[in-house]
Design a protein around this ligand. Structure first.
Ligand SMILES: [Zn+2]
Length: 308
């Protein structure tokens, strides 16, 4: 017993009581994230229920497993407003699944089945590439997974890839975010809990900024404050103007309703509520993706995780 004393005195108090400390803050690899965007684009448009979406799900799963995440898939039947009932698949990649204190990061990985923002009625029937609207959030989460492969924060991290987000009709309430609605009511793993969440949607476009979306400001102000503090510490505040923007029904609203935790939506829109010009058109391709924007959002998010 006496011999142990010098050894114990060398250990900092936290090593004895709180387990291992967080690893060093990783750098978000924007080139890797951009390569992920190109890989996503190459799979083609991914409307809910499509073969291309199934291939994307397999690819996401492999990427998560390569990064050391524990992967779970939820299969759930959904009925989009147009077309038949289809199987939707939500994928969750968990880092340090045994940790009780967790942060949820989410994005949809399906793309819109119709380009209804096109002027030409023939084009309106085609599926969008969705490289920013679907691809950027997916690439961001997979880029974060790669960063977490080698270094971890104090909290457990869950990366949630949501299906059937973008098959809704603008004037039909509840027709968007079908995968999220199912997961939020009946999460996988069962009884899922997190401190808070951040949802990413359209986070790759050249020139993007992310003012405070309405529901995020009203119901997730604590998360908005975390993101603003992290961005400020990294000198990236220009990407996150402290300016209010309109209320958007996105995955975060259903996650807040279902889980009872604050969830911020990091979404590219103007303070007037306009989305990028390629939104829901056939022009939503990698031509308009910026490594700098992906880097700013990815690095800010890592900093938020490491501040926990
Ligand atoms: Zn969309």
């Amino acid at each position: 017993m006496r011999r142990l004393w010098p050894l114990l005195l060398l250990l900092p108090a936290c090593e004895l009581h709180c387990g291992p400390k967080a690893g060093p803050l990783p750098t978000f690899d924007a080139n890797h994230a951009y390569d992920l965007i190109l890989a996503y684009e190459k799979l083609g448009p991914k409307p809910v229920g499509s073969e291309a979406l199934a291939r994307a799900m397999t690819w996401i799963r492999q990427e998560l497993e390569t990064s050391g995440a524990k992967v779970l898939v939820q299969e759930v039947k959904v009925r989009p407003p147009v077309g038949p009932e289809v199987m939707a698949r939500n994928v969750i990649g968990q880092f340090d699944p045994d940790k009780k204190e967790r942060v949820l990061l989410s994005a949809h990985y399906d793309t819109r089945p119709f380009a209804d923002e096109e002027r030409d009625p023939k084009k309106q029937k085609q599926a969008v590439p969705g490289v920013n609207d679907g691809g950027s959030g997916t690439a961001l989460l997979l880029g974060l997974a790669r960063a977490l492969k080698h270094s971890r924060p104090n909290v457990g991290v869950d990366l949630l890839f949501l299906d059937a987000e973008d098959a809704g009709l603008p004037h039909q309430a509840g027709s968007y975010c079908l995968g999220t609605q199912a997961w939020a009511k009946n999460p996988v793993p069962a009884g899922y809990r997190a401190r808070f969440g951040i949802n990413f949607d359209m986070v790759g476009r050249i020139g993007a900024t992310f003012p405070i979306e309405g529901h995020s400001g009203a119901r997730a102000a604590s998360v908005v404050a975390k993101v603003h503090a992290a961005a400020q510490a990294l000198d990236l505040s220009d990407y996150f103007p402290r300016q209010s923007a309109p209320f958007i029904i996105d995955d975060h609203v259903y996650l807040m309703d279902g889980l009872g935790i604050p969830v911020m939506d990091i979404i590219h829109l103007t303070p007037e509520g306009r989305f990028p010009p390629e939104w829901h058109t056939l022009q939503d391709t990698s031509e308009f993706i910026s490594r700098d924007v992906l880097k700013a959002v990815g690095q800010t998010t890592l900093r938020v995780l490491w501040n926990e």
